[in-house]
Design a protein. Structure first.
Length: 399
């Protein structure tokens, strides 16, 4: 793996861990800050809201900045947010720290993926971008459990300090091995013109791909958010084995991320449809085969693989669909769509359970959402049929 890509993957690992680790240290924070669990849950929803709303705006505002300046600066903002959270004297300051960290989330991941794709030949762009998003999978499998252990043993502040230190080390590696310039900043590129501003347009196909992401992600997270009650009440697992099954989901995700990237490089439209179809099928089977413990264990791994395989495939498809919109902006919209999908899935699963329905209906609802994404993706693929991935702007791989 090229060192610039490794540096970007490590930074993405830190960002992905920070996004989700709150779930693991939530009771710890509630106890020591003196607020309710539902109030601490705001740290997750506020973070997601800032990513969705502020991410695209910040990407537009920083589009003229060279990547060699932008990425370390955004990592500096992210580190500052974690330091504020670690030093927070009360809950308000803790919320402020989360807001500061979230400001850089979408821009960082979008530009990291765009930079990694620019470093690769046309037939390896999805695979190169997937090496960066692999950091998110590793955050699920390693980062969040490790952050939870740190918080349980040394307090929740130690989790934020550990994130700040690891992020600083990753940023130093990023400074030493800088990402390639964006196409508009590449040596010899013509100066930006007024017409060039059209790259911030939002074409209809890109919006459709974003909606596919919302539906596909929502389908998976309707179950993943409520994995514990599904596994214990619906599938009959002991609570001690839930962590093991979530690890299987994460391990499947790491494999799926790499497999999905290779498939996307070979045949993008087929990869998108296959990964969405696999997610819908796995969710439906998790409802139908809930009484078979071995089937549930295997299907949880398959679901993780299918979901994470959609990430590089949909990353590529939203860039292809972007038209005059820059790759970084398209990928920022992509990140926002994933966050909206997570919120939608969590709402759907909660609505099913609060309505007094069986927990086994949660994966059925998720399968319906994912199937809707599959149908919409089939329609969107028709619109994109004449636009190959190789039409993306290309810059030299030299740093």
């Amino acid at each position: 793996m090229p060192l610039p890509v490794l540096a970007m993957m490590l930074c993405t690992f830190c960002v992905g861990t920070a996004e989700s680790v709150i779930a693991g240290i939530l009771p710890n924070i509630a106890e020591h800050v003196g607020v309710s669990l539902s109030a601490v849950g705001m740290l997750i929803s506020v973070y997601a809201l800032v990513v969705v709303v502020a991410g695209p705006c910040l990407t537009v505002l920083t589009a003229r900045f060279p990547r060699a300046v932008l990425l370390p600066a955004m990592m500096g903002v992210f580190i500052l947010g974690n330091v504020i959270a670690a030093l927070a004297p009360d809950f308000g300051w803790l919320v402020a720290g989360r807001v500061v960290s979230a400001l850089s989330h979408s821009t960082l991941i979008a530009v990291f993926v765009a930079a990694a794709r620019d470093m690769a030949p046309p037939d390896r762009r999805a695979a190169s971008g997937a090496k960066v998003t692999l950091g998110i999978g590793l955050a699920t499998v390693v980062g969040v459990p490790a952050g939870t252990v740190v918080g349980d043993n040394w307090g929740w502040r130690a989790t934020f300090w550990a994130l700040a230190v690891l992020s600083l080390l990753s940023t130093l590696l990023l400074l030493r091995h800088t990402a390639p310039p964006a196409p508009a900043d590449a040596p010899g590129a013509p100066p930006a013109t007024t017409a060039g501003r059209r790259r911030f347009a939002v074409p209809a196909p890109m919006l459709l791909v974003a909606l596919v992401i919302v539906l596909g992600t929502g389908g998976v997270f309707s179950l993943y958010t409520y994995a514990s009650p599904y596994l214990t009440q619906g599938a009959g697992f002991d609570s001690s084995t839930v962590t093991v099954l979530l690890w299987l989901y994460g391990l499947g995700g790491i494999a799926g991320n790499l497999i999905g990237a290779r498939a996307a490089d070979r045949h993008l439209r087929t990869a998108v449809l296959a990964t969405l179809g696999a997610s819908a099928a796995a969710l439906l089977l998790l409802a139908l085969l809930a009484r078979s413990t071995w089937a549930v264990a295997v299907l949880f791994c398959v679901l993780g693989a299918a979901y994470f395989a959609t990430i590089p495939a949909l990353n590529s498809q939203i860039v292809v669909s972007a038209g005059p919109t820059s790759a970084a902006m398209a990928l920022t919209v992509n990140n926002s769509a994933f966050c909206v999908g997570i919120a939608l899935g969590s709402w759907l699963g909660g609505a099913i359970l609060s309505g007094g329905h069986s927990v086994l209906l949660v994966p059925v609802g998720g399968a319906a959402l994912a199937a809707g994404g599959l149908v919409l993706s089939a329609f969107t693929s028709r619109l994109l049929r004449a636009k190959p991935a190789a039409s993306e702007p290309r810059v030299p791989a030299a740093v």
